[in-house]
Design a protein around this ligand. Sequence first.
Ligand SMILES: [Zn+2]
Length: 107
Amino acid sequence: MVMQKRDPVVMQVAGQRMSRLFELARQRTVQQDSESQRLARRYIKIARAIGTHYKVELPKQMKELACKKCNAVLVPGLNCKVRIASSKKYVVYVCGFCSTEKHIFYK
Ligand SMILES: [Zn+2]
């Protein structure tokens, strides 16, 4: 039996793999040695590649907490700054490595 890319089972497994990779990346980020930092970015990169390949949306928490530019996991108080935009319409996450801003809208 040939599995199709759009098969619900395939998409579910892809989603699980992305969540697991994000979990591992977050654990690695908290350990601050350079090898762990490298692995954390690698896990996020792989998770993104899985999402692109299987056309699955990234897990919500990963979308919000992974830097788009350098693939670092953003942990408030550790490697990123968090502030509320002056318009008060969104929260700004500033990556501590590449200073890329991330805007998370809230209601
Ligand atoms: Zn970054």
